[in-house]
Design a protein around this ligand. Structure first.
Ligand SMILES: *Cc1c(COP(=O)(O)O)cnc(C)c1O
Length: 405
């Protein structure tokens, strides 16, 4: 591509050159991608879309910030030892997150599995090889969890061979603790539904000498959650890199006590003959994760939340201009803490279901992804790029107008 053509190309590519508002810009519109002269999505016929839904794994979760993409690019030019880069990045991340130690994992799910592995094996290389077989090895076999905290992601724990024991009350918890208890696991996003809160969970763990663990995968913002649970004394804390942190989708962090992280790493590459050999992170993801966290703690989260709210309000106003449409904006207190627009319909005035309207948004041009059930549409702004709120508002209004009875 000649420079002149390149400039022309940039000027007709709406996202290239978009200004950064609230730290939101498009990662796939960097000059590098343009200079390569290829649009791989178009070439492959892969549908891309405006993400008005949120950080969903199936939708590839998040766009990395430019500084994170640059870290990945830099990393791709040099060799280093995998353990050394984990050591050094871990030290930096430990300072930021106030954990004793940190390791970059292939997502929060892997962090849960590897952290659990570390608790079970300690520093014993024989036990590391034996996982997920626990019987007859001398390893403990049970993890205690509150009933309200039982979610599918707990499979990350049971992948190590442990069994999850459900309890509800403090009394049940104390009765459930026995010589086979390996850990007490907590799920932050459901903490309001459980009878036992974080501090008490940690205190009982300490009293009985049982490690306490916590899944905070989708729980920043607030940014303080990056260190809150480390400071509280949980033995390990698992978080996603590919959600609001905007790191590589395939990365996450395992934070925790020094010996536990050391033990967890025995089950991680480059070591083979481990349950974690397939949970590899490369140097690009490791450096990308470091920079993603550095950027995340630097940005003005209040200002960003305001930008998100303004965008959501613009979409809300467009939807509300059509008779028969009701909306609410709420910000969840726990997990995915971002202004969330919920749209419902009076079917005597709107002739199509929420489901049908969602399909129209998906099949339009540009394609727009939202969430919700059969009768509602859910929208968040944290994955919207500069200017996309207007596009979503306009399309939504058009589609709703077209659905009037
Ligand atoms: C997203 C999520 C996970 C999995 O995180 P990954 O980084 O995708 O592996 C685990 N637990 C909870 C509560 C989550 O929301």
């Amino acid at each position: 591509m000649k420079r002149r053509d390149l400039l022309k190309y940039i000027s007709i590519t709406p996202l290239a050159g978009a200004s950064i508002v609230g730290g939101i810009t498009s990662a796939n519109a960097t000059p590098l991608a343009v200079a390569a002269g290829r649009d791989l999505f178009a070439e492959l016929g892969v549908r891309t879309f405006i993400n008005a839904a949120g950080t969903y794994t199936a939708m590839t979760a998040t766009l990395m910030r430019p500084a994170t993409v640059e870290a990945i690019r830099q990393a791709s030019h040099k060799f280093c030892m995998l353990d050394e880069i984990q050591d050094k990045v871990g030290e930096r991340l430990a300072e930021i997150t106030k954990a004793e130690s940190v390791v970059v994992t292939s997502g929060a799910f892997a962090a849960l599995t590897l952290g659990m592995a570390g608790i079970l094996t300690g520093l014993d290389p024989v036990k590391v090889k034996q996982l997920p077989k626990l019987e007859g090895t001398g390893m403990k076999t049970e993890v205690i969890c509150q009933k309200a905290h039982a979610i599918g992601y707990n499979q990350a724990l049971t992948n190590t061979g442990v069994k999850v024991i459900m309890i509800e009350t403090v009394e049940e918890l104390k009765n459930a603790i026995n010589k086979n208890t390996a850990a007490m696991h907590f799920l932050h996003v459901q903490s309001d539904k459980g009878k036992i809160q974080h501090e008490e969970w940690v205190a009982i763990g300490k009293q009985y000498g049982i490690p306490t663990t916590i899944d905070i995968a989708a729980d920043v913002p607030p940014v303080s959650n990056l260190w809150r649970f480390n400071e509280m004394g949980f033995d390990f804390v698992a978080i996603s890199g590919g959600k609001a942190l905007r790191g590589p989708q395939s990365a996450g962090l395992l934070m925790g006590k020094k010996d536990l992280i050391k033990a967890a790493r025995l089950s991680m590459p480059p070591r083979g003959e481990t349950i974690g050999r397939g949970m590899k992170v490369n140097k690009e993801e490791i450096l990308g994760m470091l920079v993603a966290v550095e950027e995340f703690v630097k940005i003005d989260h209040d200002a960003e939340a305001l930008v998100f709210l303004e965008r959501i309000k613009k979409i809300q106003a467009a939807a509300m201009s059509v008779p028969g449409v009701s909306t609410t904006i709420t910000t969840p207190v726990l997990g995915n803490v971002t202004p969330t627009l919920n749209i419902t319909f009076d079917y005597s005035k709107i002739s199509k279901t929420g489901e049908a309207l969602k399909l129209e948004l998906r099949n339009g041009n540009p394609s727009i992804e939202v969430v919700g059930g059969k009768d509602n549409i859910g929208i968040t702004a944290w994955s919207l790029q500069e200017g996309e709120d207007k596009i979503v508002a306009k399309r939504l209004k058009e589609i709703l107008e077209g659905a009037k009875v």
